[in-house]
Design a protein around this ligand. Structure first.
Ligand SMILES: [Zn+2]
Length: 143
């Protein structure tokens, strides 16, 4: 911004000249009464976390899981983005390992019918997975 008095230099100071506050340069500041600079602080937006969000972590291999599920459905990244109403760049980033926001995780879980979140409390205790106990008879689909 140019000095509002001389217009020649950068106005990085503020002064009150005859009752009007102006942006002035270092030279012109003496023509008026210098005023403290008004600092513009960025407004931080507070986004409260849901209790659900606090107690759950996205699984570490989410990028692979999402990619696998997408390929299973023969969807391109573009098609998936469209179906989820998200940008292609977002899908791309997720598959590269960028952690999506909670709402998007939920969307992906619903869309693929998978679980991407795991409870933090369960991490330290070994889980007994039902899937591991399945016999071949349980797995083969009978049509
Ligand atoms: Zn000036």
């Amino acid at each position: 911004m140019d000095c509002e008095l001389c217009g020649r230099r950068n106005a990085d100071r503020r002064a009150e000249v005859e009752g009007v506050s102006l942006n002035v340069c270092n030279d012109c500041v003496s023509l008026g009464k210098e005023m403290p600079k008004v600092e513009i602080r960025p407004v931080k937006r507070f986004v409260p976390k849901l209790p659900e969000e606090l107690s759950q972590n996205i699984r570490p291999d989410f990028a692979l899981v999402i990619r696998r599920e997408r390929e299973k459905r023969k969807l391109t990244q573009e098609k998936l983005a469209k179906k989820l109403n998200e940008k292609l760049s977002i899908i791309r980033r997720i598959e590269e390992g960028w952690e999506p926001p909670f709402v998007l995780i939920k969307k992906l879980e619903k869309f693929f019918d998978i679980k991407l979140l795991e409870d933090i409390s369960e991490e330290s205790t070994p889980r007994t997975s039902k899937r591991e106990n399945l016999t071949i008879g349980d797995v083969v689909e009978i049509n």
